[in-house]
Structures are given as structure tokens and as C-alpha cells.
Design a binder for this molecule. Structure first.
Ligand SMILES: [Zn+2]
Length: 691
């Protein structure tokens, strides 16, 4: 029976019931059926073959398994990208990256003119909420579109001295449960769409006890730990009577290579270990229980499937297709090509990879293209590109036809600021500056990542040392790989940055200049060379480089910002104000740009009220930023408002008790108000800090 006939039968049946009820004299209001809740759980870096219900017997994942037992499990689901942001962007737009514009972490932002699942559900009166576990999915990268509430604030740093950039599964599940209580009244009236993101299985693998000791492989430990906390949230739903009315989707954004194909983690290749993902959908009210489908599907199918399940029609062309007919056994999945790509290699001046899996074949377009006979599973073993030229040609044409439809209008880059760079570095990501590493359309031959994976692994080792501030050995390793791949700008940039950290400025300068000799028009390298000079104590040379950077890229937030800092140091207030206004144009709510503009208004123009207004605006955007709190206190002290000055300076010192600048100003405040006791306490603190 097709859907239309089912619907008409239901209407006809309802009509008969209504007539009968009227006949016996019962009157009541027919309430519309409430649509189900939707819960999407994305498990970062989780390989399907490391989960119990996917046949792995060395782990306990009872909660994921229970969803599979009552739901539909896809044996052969493939992610579009082996990287977090683009993979999620594809899940939530139902589109491939060449249509939604997001192709790598950190660089791209999901453009507003994309239609997201959350936007559609919000329009359909859903309460839409997300809890994220990694800064990689921060709202600045655009996935927050359509969410009433998008919780991407990380308060508790996982490691000492690091910016908070991720959270544990326990925190995600606790927060989500608290949210259920907070919106209880709302949920009586309308359904929810909730997205929970769990980041634990991502490297470095460091599960808490008892998972750490229970599992010889810490990666397994992280997955088992995550499963436990997913189960905690399931129980919370059950206790509130929400479980049976909730469609549950479990999926991973990508897998993990764990050394296969010489790749340690994920991002460079599109072989099975990093793009095959678990995908389970549970909703026993409509869907069959405990079935396993072997047909190959892709994560861009999730959105059209959910929309059909919810009976929501939208005028949008998806790359994915609804899996409902397949689930219900109404039709066989057409033998379509399933697309995956990797763009991280472009950041290293290597070629990107684009591939399709279709039928028994897997083709990868690369400088050395690959063709594998993958049969039912797909261990990519023998490259048949030479032996099967005809099949290779057909597959390539198929891929090119797909890509001919590429829509560059959706490509949007993020504007990096200081905070973003620091947070990404704390997660172990390298960020060179405010713009994309490689233009999508940039031509020219690039090396094949297959030939560079060895170097990449060495680079990762160096990066992880540098992320832990072990600079000297990190630099040694980088020196070695720069020698082997002299034109790799990414390697050189990281080496230059490391030398800046080591205060070996001459060495740093040499590497940045080398990159500029390869590409004089690279704004990032001008900016980084500027930073090198600024740290070296050569402000004029730094300023020259920052000017070059903004001439080449007027949207370079960081270069504008640092230009402004140098002008402030030299008391050139007008020039400083111009630079920070340029920065503010790019990032109107950036607290540090607002803070500095406020400072300039007070110091340069004695415009106290205006300056305080700006710093207050900065505080609104960063209520827990000690620098902003302290500078607001200082501003009030300057304006003679000692009560407020003391309030904000104390708030700043509560966050950083040993900041001498704030202590100094607060001492002046207490001196002016004659609060001798408080003043002596501060003097004692100052002496302790000096020791
Ligand atoms: Zn990820």
C-alpha cells in the first residue's frame, strides 16, 4: 500500500468512528496528533566496527546496542567527509560539501543561505536545542542556524592552563538532562529536536576510570565510557515518559584509521576506516524493530529520511534520499554513487581527494587515481586503475558529472580572531591566520597525499609536542620534515611559529620569508612574520607586515587587531582607533576589539562615558573575561567612580588573583577612598606574589 492510500484509509476510518460517536451522542474535540520528538546523537570519531551491535566483541556498548535492537541498523553507512565540521554540515543540510560549501574545519563557515534541519523543525514548531562537546562546532562556524538554544560554552578546562575547548560525555548528558527539566512546561506543548554531540573517542584517547583500566585499548575505553553516558540520557528520557515518543538517530561524524592505510587518526584519506560510520534509527511506533540493512547509504540521507518520517515537505533539493522506502522494504535502494571527499590535504599544499563508491567499485580521483574492487565490504587492497581502465573511466565520468554541479556561491570563510586561534590550538589544531589555506579553484599540480602520509604522521607527532608546549624537540622534528618537503608552507609556518615561541626570532624570520618567496601574496605569512617582529621588539617592521596582510586581505581581523596594539603602545591613538574600528567591522561583538576601543576613547580622547559604554558592551559579550572586567574597573577608577571601580577590579581578581596590573589600580582606588584595611591586604598579596 502506498502512503497516499494509507492516509486515505486512516481518514476514512476516522470518519466512520466520528459518525459512530456522534450517533451515540458523544461530543469531543479531536486533538491533532502530536509529532514525535527527534534526538540526534553524533558520536565523534566512532568507528562502526568498534561497537558491540556492529559485531565487536571486545567492548560493552549496551546502550547503543539497545537502540539497534529496537531500531534499524545500517551496516554500510558512509560519511561524506572524515572531518568533524564538514561531516556535520552535510548531516544537517542533507547535502554534499560541494553544495553546502563547508569543506574543512576552522576555515569554513556554513553560510546562512543553507537550509538546515533545525531551521525546518523550528518552522514546524519544534523546540530546537543542541549541546556541543568541542569548539570545532562552535556557533561561529555556522551550525547553530535554526537552534533556539545552542550550548557551545565550555567552562571547565580539561587540562590545566588550557582554554576550555571540549567537554566530557558526562557533562553533555548532565546538561541535556537539566535542560529537559528547565523546558518541562514548553515540552508539554510542543515536541523537541535535540542534537547531542559526544567528543570523547577523539584523540588523544584518555578515558576516565574505570574505563581506563577495563580496556587495554584506550580508544575502546572512550567509546564504552561515551556509551554509558548516552545510556544515562536515555534513562532520563524514559523517566520523563518521553522515550517512546522520540525518534532516535545515532551516527558518527567519521571513523578513525588507527594505523590502517598508514593513517593514525582521520582527515587525510577516504578509505573505509575513517568514512564508514555507525548509523542507527529507532522509532518503533512507525519503523520496524531490530532490522539490519546491508544497502550502502550516506549520512546525507539522514535529513530527507527524518523529514519524510515527520511528514514534513520542503521545497529543497537534497543530495541524499529518504531511506524510508528501503526500511519498509517497499523498494530496493537504487544503485547510486555515494560520494566522499577529503580537503585537509589542501592545507598542506597536497591534493584533495574525491571519491565515489558505486556497486562493487570504489574510485578515488587523485594525482595517482585509485580503483578498487570492494565487493560487499570494501577493503581497498589492490589498486586496479591500470588493469581496469574502462571501469575507471566510467567511474571518473560519473564523479565528474556529480561535481560539475558544484555550487561555489555557498562557500564562506570564517574570520579568525585571537580567541579562536588559541582555542583551536588548545584542541591541537594548527591555525595560521584568518583565511583559507588553499583556494578551491587554485590550479597546478599538488602532491598526492598517499606519498606524504609518512611526513604527515611525523608532523602530527611534532604538533602534539608543540601543543603540550614541548617546543624544542617539536622544532627539531619539524626541521627534518621541512627539509624533506621544502615547499610545504604548513610545515614551515608551524616551524616559524615554534621558533617565535622559543624566542629564536632570526630562525622564525627565515622560514616566514621562505614562504613569502614562494608566494609573496600570502596574507597569512605576512601576518605571522609581523607577529615574529612584534615579539622580537621590532614594532615598525611588524607594522609593515601587518599592513601588507590587510592590503592583501582586508578581512584579516588579527592583522587589524595587532596593528591597533602597536599604535596603542606608541600612543598613536587616532591610528589605533582606526585599526580597531577595522577589526570591529569584521567582528562587531569581539570583546577585545570593543575593550580596546573603550580604552582608546578614555586614554586618547578623555571620553569617559563613551569608553565605559564600549567596555560594558565588551563585558556583555564576555562576562567572565578577566581582562575586560579589569579594564572596566580601571575605566571607572579613571572616571572617579571608585565604588564601581572596586567592584569590577575585585571581580577580575577573583578570576586571576595574581594579576599585578589589577592589584595596582585597586590599591590606588582604596588609597583614594581611604579604605586602609583593604589596602594593606592587597599590599600583603602583592608581596606574596613577588616571592
Ligand atoms: Zn569529528
Amino acid at each position: 500500500m502506498n502512503r497516499k492510500i494509507i492516509i486515505w484509509s486512516i481518514i476514512a476510518f476516522a470518519g466512520i468512528v466520528a459518525l459512530l460517536l456522534i450517533a451515540v451522542g458523544i461530543f469531543f474535540v479531536i486533538r491533532p496528533v502530536r509529532p514525535p520528538n527527534v534526538l540526534i546523537i553524533t558520536m565523534d570519531t566512532t568507528r562502526a566496527d568498534r561497537i558491540g551491535c556492529y559485531g565487536y566483541d571486545k567492548i560493552l556498548t549496551p546502550n547503543i546496542d539497545s537502540v539497534a535492537k529496537d531500531g534499524v541498523l545500517f551496516e554500510e553507512a558512509f560519511s561524506v567527509q572524515p572531518v568533524t565540521l564538514p561531516s556535520h554540515a552535510s548531516i544537517f543540510t542533507g547535502k554534499y560539501p560541494f553544495h553546502n560549501g563547508v569543506r574543512d574545519n576552522n576555515i569554513y563557515r556554513l553560510a546562512d543561505d543553507n537550509l538546515t534541519l533545525a531551521e525546518i523543525l523550528m518552522q514546524n514548531d519544534y523546540l530546537t536545542t543542541a549541546f556541543l562537546a568541542s569548539y570545532i562546532l562552535h556557533n561561529r562556524f555556522g551550525l547553530h542556524q535554526g537552534f533556539n538554544f545552542y550550548n557551545d560554552r565550555f567552562i571547565n578546562p580539561r587540562q590545566k592552563g588550557r582554554l576550555p575547548v571540549e567537554r566530557r560525555a558526562s557533562e553533555v548528558s548532565f546538561l541535556a538532562s537539566e535542560w529537559l527539566d528547565a523546558v518541562k512546561d514548553e515540552l508539554d506543548k510542543r515536541p523537541f529536536f535535540l542534537w547531542l554531540h559526544y567528543y570523547d573517542p577523539h584523540a588523544g584517547y584518555d578515558p576516565p576510570h574505570p574505563y581506563k583500566t577495563a580496556y587495554p585499548d584506550p580508544y575502546d575505553g572512550e567509546i564504552a565510557y561515551m556509551d554509558d553516558w548516552i545510556g544515562y540520557f536515555f534513562d532520563e528520557l524514559k523517566q520523563r515518559g518521553l522515550w517512546e515518543d522520540t525518534i532516535v538517530v545515532l551516527v558518527a561524524d567519521h571513523g578513525e584509521s588507527l594505523g590502517q592505510y598508514k593513517e593514525n587518526s582521520h582527515g587525510i584519506f577516504i578509505y573505509r576506516p575513517t568514512v564508514r560510520v555507525p548509523l542507527i534509527i529507532r522509532y518503533p511506533k512507525t519503523l520496524p524493530r531490530g532490522i539490519r540493512l546491508k544497502e550502502r547509504v550516506t549520512t546525507v540521507d539522514i535529513m530527507p529520511t527524518l523529514l519524510e518520517l515527520l511528514d514534513i515537505n520542503v521545497d529543497e533539493k537534497f543530495d541524499g534520499t529518504s531511506l524510508l522506502p528501503l526500511i519498509k522494504g517497499e523498494e530496493k535502494q537504487p544503485d547510486r554513487a555515494i560520494y566522499s571527499e577529503a580537503f585537509i590535504p589542501r592545507g598542506f599544499n597536497w591534493s584533495e581527494l574525491k571519491g565515489i563508491r558505486k556497486g562493487e567499485w570504489f574510485f578515488i580521483e587523485a594525482p595517482h587515481p585509485e580503483l578498487y574492487h570492494i565487493g560487499k565490504s570494501d577493503p581497498a587492497s589492490e589498486n586496479l586503475i591500470e588493469k581496469q581502465p574502462e571501469t575507471a573511466g566510467t567511474m571518473r565520468n560519473r564523479l565528474l558529472t556529480m561535481l560539475a554541479d558544484t555550487d561555489l556561491s555557498k562557500v564562506e570563510y570564517v574570520v579568525a580572531d585571537e580567541e579562536m586561534v588559541q582555542r583551536l590550538q588548545a584542541l591541537g589544531y594548527f591555525v595560521g591566520g584568518g583565511e583559507h589555506a588553499a583556494n578551491d579553484e587554485e590550479g597546478g599540480p599538488h602532491p598526492d597525499p598517499k606519498d606524504k602520509i609518512g611526513l604527515f604522521n611525523v608532523y602530527q607527532r611534532a604538533s602534539s609536542l608543540i601543543a603540550r608546549e614541548i617546543y624544542e624537540p617539536g622544532a627539531l622534528i619539524l626541521e627534518n620534515i621541512v627539509e624533506q618537503d621544502p615547499n610545504n608552507q604548513r610545515f614551515r609556518m608551524e616551524l616559524g611559529n615554534t621558533y617565535v615561541k622559543l624566542e629564536k626570532y632570526q630562525e622564525a624570520e627565515k622560514h616566514f620569508k621562505h614562504i613569502l618567496s614562494l608566494n609573496a601574496e600570502d596574507p597569512r605569512s605576512h601576518y605571522l612574520l609581523g607577529l615574529c617582529y612584534e615579539n622580537w621588539g621590532k614594532p615598525d617592521m611588524a607594522l609593515k607586515e601587518y599592513r601588507e596582510a590587510v592590503a592583501l586581505n582586508p578581512d584579516h581581523f588579527l592583522a587589524h587587531f595587532h596593528r591597533g596594539m602597536i599604535h596603542i603602545e606608541s600612543g598613536r591613538w587616532d591610528a589605533a582607533e582606526r585599526a580597531f574600528n577595522d577589526a570591529r567591522r569584521l567582528n562587531p561583538r569581539n570583546p577585545m576589539a570593543l575593550n580596546n576601543l573603550g580604552y582608546i576613547a578614555i586614554k586618547g580622547r578623555k571620553a569617559f562615558e563613551e569608553g565605559i559604554g564600549m567596555i560594558l558592551e565588551a563585558l556583555e559579550n564576555a562576562p567572565e573575561n578577566p581582562t575586560v572586567l579589569g579594564s572596566l574597573g580601571s575605566a571607572y577608577a579613571n572616571a572617579g567612580n571608585y565604588e564601581k571601580a572596586a567592584k569590577y577590579l575585585n571581580a577580575a581578581l577573583a578570576l586571576v588573583p595574581d594579576d599585578r596590573r589589577f592589584i595596582k589600580v585597586l590599591k590606588e582606588v582604596y588609597g583614594a577612598t581611604g579604605e586602609q584595611e583593604k589596602l594593606s591586604k592587597l599590599e600583603v598579596r602583592e608581596k606574596i606574589i613577588e616571592k
